[in-house]
Design a binder for this molecule. Structure first.
Ligand code: GAP
Length: 471
């Protein structure tokens, strides 16, 4: 366990040091549980979103995309059930410090501590104490106070106000899940793209939840991004599509480089389903702290379109020309956390070499072995020496050609070994060195990140060479 904790600490430090992810508001000492993506973090996050978008929309004729607003009519959240107990955490509250906790996070006090508390609260008889000891929940707050009241539900929707007046009539919510924006666009997307059931609508967007126990790191935060598919089907076909999307979605992670052994399905038992779900399955990744959800797949039945029809008065049912029948479509949802899956990809790619790998023995070196599609930088161009004009000019020429094709970096700082090491840390698949021979033969040395093998490639063939190998 200690080893795994150390691994996570190392990864968090590595991600900060290399411009991937850091706590937000750093000049103010950081703002707990909010994170910023840095110069390389934003690139890899964009690559992940692009890979997901291509996979889900471009590769499927029957799926289209939208981008809906974060602020919506508050009625949306009434209809969706998010303002009721269904979208709430069960918490206990400490009467002394007023902090709220999930009950199972807290210690159980000793018998002596319980009796001391009962006496303080005025209990005297053995019988009375016995009843209290056996019927209350008995937890110990981090401030030392004992908590005895049963957990209550606390809603986790984030509220704000629209307009200049802060009153109950102006309350709006930051969306608690991105999919509600898709339901609002069901008719518009269906009609404008002339879609027929079965079909899907995708969206990537932010969601907000006032999580009581955020962490670890970016795994659970209050502001996060979801990559959602809502797939609308005939009710009789829902089970079959549910199975289809389970397989398709786990394959997405495998194809992008996560080992099969680090992924598994977790089917939810019927008594643990979210308020909207008829069936649910998580895709879990083996994080350093254990198996945890990265994506939820749900059969949401006709809950969403049915409720929005009722609450809005707009008919969101579907007339199926094939069977000449009207029905409310069932929805199969695949909802992946962008931040969470990105963290899984980063953890999976992280490699540490205690005794170096670029001829710098005894130095710890890191390698981010990302799938090339996800790598923030694809190519680094390096003149062998910084102060030789001929090498600089040639290297700049190559850089200026490649930068229109791939995310390319120019690096002339330090020894070649150090530069390789820097690019390994960013997960850059290709390093191109311009040396004195280049000036004669118009060839460069291309070094591969994973094999560290070097090939001599003609400058005119470089774009094709990299394109072919990136695939
Ligand atoms: N529309 C369904 C829905 O939102 P969910 O299981 O609550 O379902 C889907 O969320 C995914 O969103 C999760 O699998 C997770 O990856 C991500 N997610 C949920 N809450 C999150 C949080 N507080 N921080 C980061 N990611 C979160």
């Amino acid at each position: 366990m200690k080893k795994e904790q150390n691994k996570m600490e190392k990864i968090v430090a590595f991600l900060k040091d290399n411009g991937f992810i850091n706590l937000s508001s750093e000049p103010y000492g950081g703002f707990s549980s909010s994170y910023d993506y840095g110069v390389y973090g934003v690139e890899i996050k964009n690559n992940l979103k692009q890979a997901w978008w291509n996979e889900m929309t471009k590769h499927h004729e029957d799926i289209v995309g939208i981008d809906s607003a974060i602020l919506m009519s508050p009625r949306v959240w009434e209809a969706s059930g998010h303002l009721s107990a269904g979208f709430a955490d069960e918490l206990v509250e400490c009467k002394s410090c007023h902090k709220r906790f999930k009950a199972d996070e807290l210690e159980i006090p000793s018998l002596e501590e319980k009796i001391k508390k009962l006496k303080k609260d005025g209990a005297v008889g053995i019988n009375e104490m016995d009843i209290e000891l056996n019927t209350k929940i008995w937890k110990k707050c981090s401030c030392g106070e004992l908590i005895t009241d049963l957990p209550k539900k606390f809603n986790i929707m984030m509220k704000t106000f629209v307009g200049p007046i802060e009153s109950d009539t102006n309350v709006v919510y930051l969306r608690g899940e991105a999919c509600q924006g898709i339901y609002m666009n069901f008719l518009w997307a269906k009609n404008s793209a002339r879609m027929k059931i079965p079909f899907g609508i995708c969206q990537i967007g932010k969601a907000f939840r006032n999580e009581i126990t955020p962490g670890p790191f970016t795994f659970r935060t209050r502001e996060f991004e979801q990559m959602d598919l809502q797939f609308f089907v005939k009710p009789d076909d829902a089970d079959q599509w549910f199975e289809f999307w389970k397989q398709a979605r786990i394959n997405f992670y495998i194809n992008l480089g996560i080992s099969k052994d680090h992924l598994r399905f977790h089917d939810h038992p019927q008594n643990k389903l979210a308020h909207y779900a008829k069936k649910a399955c998580d895709i879990e990744y083996l994080f350093p702290w254990g198996w945890s959800e990265i994506e939820g797949i749900h059969n949401r039945s006709d809950w969403d379109l049915g409720n929005h029809s009722k609450f809005s008065g707009t008919d969101l049912s579907y007339f199926d020309q094939e069977i000449k029948e009207k029905y409310t479509p069932y929805i199969i949802e695949t909802s992946a956390g962008c931040d969470r899956t990105l963290l899984a990809f980063l953890i999976e790619a992280f490699n540490e070499f205690e005794n170096g790998r670029n001829n710098e023995a005894n130095n710890v070196e890191y390698l981010l072995k990302l799938n090339y599609q996800l790598s923030p930088v694809k190519v680094a161009v390096m003149p062998l020496l910084k102060n030789k004009e001929g090498l600089q000019v040639k290297a700049r020429e190559i850089y200026n050609t490649l930068k229109f094709e791939f995310n390319t970096k120019f690096d002339d700082n330090g020894s070649i070994g150090k530069r390789y090491r820097r690019q390994d840390e960013l997960g850059t698949p290709w390093c191109i060195t311009v040396d004195f021979d280049t000036l004669e033969d118009n060839c460069v040395t291309v070094r591969n990140r994973d094999t560290m093998l070097q090939a001599r490639v003609k400058i005119v063939d470089l774009i094709n060479y990299i394109k072919t190998h990136l695939c």
